[in-house]
Ligand binder design. Structure first.
Ligand code: NAD
Length: 447
């Protein structure tokens, strides 16, 4: 039997690790995927992803069938790889600061695995970590556990990930940039070469810098994106209070200014998902630890938290008191294209509805099972949109799934008790909904 081709390992097979590993495998690179979750590994071996992500399942099935990817719980297997990506979670501690427990453990596992190996290994921190972590936290743990010193025989880089859930595969196939924060020239060359193999045909802009700047780029990116969301939601909330003003037209117009640009200007119920809140909290906490209070970021977070009340207030405008009213919530995932419920705005809205005495039925095309874990029996989770609408006094459209765009006025008319709609995503064509009481986020009532 011939020698196996050089491999690349991923430690942590969540959204980032699994999607990146699968895309690399599809580009002909031999991958070893490691995770501590045995059940996840068992399913992955059968080609079953643990979450919904468009395009992932068929791609994963193919690379598993072609044996381009192996899955294991045994971290020592990474010793076979020249490059090892750390893609474990970096959750928040109770005070908002970053919890590096998984990063440290994964680093230690990798270090122990490569200890004694004469080959060159390059460890790449892809998890989102606060500035300085790769150099001040990962490096000492890696050096101690591998009994090697970073340099000619051990490479170390930060290589933050910018994919977005719901378009993670497409984002990994066509990234807008690659950021390489290398601790030395050899690390930089190794990673640049690997990415050249993957993106040989397309020229992806690549920023090569030091690890700390690379880590900061990731936080700056999420801080800017979250700020845009809270800014447009602030404008939406002002529009709502001005007769005839419409945030959609405002966004379209300001988006034409090249200094602003059109993306990420959609008013809604507030951002969710696993990253923005967690990363902003980590950055705020990091800033404070350095004697700097990043006030802007605190405000961005507060605007986002309050946005749920803005949506609930729209339903109050339609119904008066919500006590004993039945509210149908269409959409639970934090955005379309994913079953991820982490920090979903739907949960904040539902909590507030329940606090106001409402009874809630809810439906999501993908996220019902994940939602059940968070919401329990506080809401009635339905299997389809029509059952969700049955007997409702008001419907709140929470997630911008295409399925909800396709609902016809008759679907609401023949099922709801009273025709009240709150459109938290502005996906409903109002002109088709004559005879309905309709309020949309960022839409001022007509005078
Ligand atoms: N989800 C996103 O959209 C996204 C985008 C960019 C960056 N990130 C960042 O990437 C990192 C990973 O995020 P995610 O959403 O993929 O996380 P995730 O929670 O979905 O997955 C993390 C995985 O790591 C595994 N794990 C934990 N400790 C381990 C260990 N010692 N060895 C092996 N496996 C271990 C867990 O079992 C889990 O499967 C985070 O730092 C996150 O902030 C996430």
């Amino acid at each position: 039997m011939g020698r196996q081709p050089e491999s690349v390992s991923f430690v942590g097979l969540g959204y980032v690790g699994l999607c990146t590993a699968t895309v690399m495998a599809s580009r002909g690179i031999r991958i070893i995927g490691v995770d501590v979750d045995e059940k996840r590994i068992e399913e992955l071996r059968k080609g079953h992803p643990p979450f919904h992500e468009p395009q992932l399942q068929p791609m994963l099935k193919t690379v598993v069938r072609k044996r381009r990817i192996e899955f294991t719980t045994d971290a020592s297997q990474v010793s076979d790889s020249s490059t090892v990506f750390l893609t474990v979670g970096t959750p928040s501690r109770e005070d908002g600061s970053i919890d590096l427990t998984y990063v440290k453990k994964a680093t230690q596992d990798v270090g122990s695995a490569i200890a004694g190996s004469p080959a060159y290994h390059h460890v790449v921190v892809k998890s989102t970590v606060t500035p300085g972590t790769t150099t001040d936290v990962v490096r000492p743990v890696l050096e101690a556990s591998s009994e090697k010193v970073c340099g000619p025989e051990l490479g170390l880089s930060s290589n933050p990930e910018f994919l977005a859930e719901g378009s993670a595969i497409n984002g990994t196939l066509h990234p807008d940039k690659i950021v390489i924060g290398a601790s030395d020239a050899k690390s930089s060359t190794t990673l640049t070469k690997l990415y050249r193999r993957i993106y040989s045909k397309s020229k992806v802009p690549t920023i090569v810098t030091d690890p700390t700047t690379a880590e900061t780029i990731k936080y700056a990116s999420n801080a800017f994106l979250a700020t845009r969301v809270s800014t447009i939601n602030t404008i939406a909330n002002i529009c709502q209070r001005v007769p005839n003003a419409d945030v959609e037209t405002v966004a379209k117009a300001i988006g034409l200014d090249p200094r602003i640009g059109p993306l990420y200007l959609k008013a809604g119920p507030g951002y969710g998902g696993s990253c923005f809140h967690k990363d902003l909290q980590a950055l705020i906490s990091f800033g404070r630890s350095k004697d700097y209070d990043p006030l802007l970021l605190t405000a961005v977070e507060e605007v986002n938290q309050r946005q749920a009340s803005e949506i609930v207030n729209l339903s109050k405008k339609l119904l008066g008191s919500l006590d004993n009213c039945r509210i149908a919530v269409l959409g639970l995932a934090f955005k379309k294209g994913t079953d991820d419920m982490r920090e979903a705005a739907s949960v904040r809205v539902i909590d507030e509805l329940l606090k106001n005495g409402a009874k809630v039925s809810a439906y999501d095309p993908m996220a019902v099972e994940n939602a059940r874990r968070i919401l329990g029996d506080r809401v009635e989770l339905m299997q389809d949109a029509i059952s969700c609408l049955k007997g409702a006094d008001c419907c709140i459209v929470m997630t911008e799934w295409d399925e909800f765009r396709k609902l016809k006025p008759s679907d609401y008319k023949s099922n709801m008790k009273t025709l009240n709609i709150v459109d938290a995503r502005r996906i409903i064509k109002r002109d088709d909904f004559d005879g309905f009481n309709y309020l949309g986020v960022g839409l001022g009532l007509s005078s």
